[in-house]
Write a protein that binds this ligand. Structure first.
Ligand code: SF4
Length: 205
């Protein structure tokens, strides 16, 4: 059964070992356009039917280091690359790694490159974490353009869905959601149509 958590219970500073399960440059399946995909290690959600159980361990793979950081930065600078994709494992419980990469991307490219992220947290849970003082999660969320949120639910598995494995998961336009005060689905997704539910904007400040 998928594990759950209380607000603030799972923190990157306590769980992350700073390990990376994989890095794949110039891929076309992890979001829109040509992308560089970073798979961080460690996920406590333990969803039944998870596609990547090897990466549940926070010590799976290899330590993130300056060599990999430089390689990612070089690859992201390629004019054909639209952006960075963060996958796992759980990016929001490896914020040390993810923020290092994202901060450098923003410093070198501003918003000319985009950031997609897959997380087991729901968008609403991340807002609650941010409101409870989890500043690393808040900073990472604010830097993401498109968020695919929520646990994988095997009973809702649908191989026909774009960018996600089960129908409970959403492909969210994060800047538009923060601006609107409601979850806005990414417009590039078939059937996406404006705000779908209200969110607590106080958590976004
Ligand atoms: S949240 Fe994602 S990586 Fe984590 S157990 Fe669930 S499906 Fe696997």
């Amino acid at each position: 059964m998928t594990r759950t958590h209380g607000v603030g219970q799972w923190r990157s500073e306590a769980l992350s070992a700073g390990h990376v399960a994989d890095y794949k440059p110039f891929v076309m399946v992890d979001g829109e356009g040509v992308r560089c995909s970073l798979y961080v290690s460690g996920c406590p959600f333990a969803c039944h039917g998870c596609f990547n159980t090897a990466a549940w361990s926070f010590r799976y793979g290899t330590p993130f280091d300056d060599t990999l950081a430089d390689r990612i930065a070089t690859d992201l600078a390629h004019p054909a690359v639209q952006g960075l994709s963060l996958l796992g494992g759980e990016p929001f419980l490896n914020t040390g790694v993810c923020l290092a990469v994202v901060r450098r991307l923003r410093a070198e490219h501003g918003r000319t490159k985009d950031v997609w992220c897959w997380t087991g947290f729901t968008f609403d849970e991340l807002l609650a974490e941010a409101a409870a003082g989890q500043d690393d999660k808040a900073e990472l969320l604010a830097q993401i353009d498109v968020l695919v949120d929520g646990r994988f639910e095997e009973s809702l598995k649908d191989l026909g869905l774009a960018f996600r494995g089960s129908s409970n998961q959403r492909v969210i336009d994060v800047p538009a959601s923060l601006e609107a005060g409601a979850v806005v689905l990414w417009a590039g997704l078939p059937g996406a149509a404006g705000p779908v539910e209200q969110i607590d904007r106080r958590a976004l400040i």
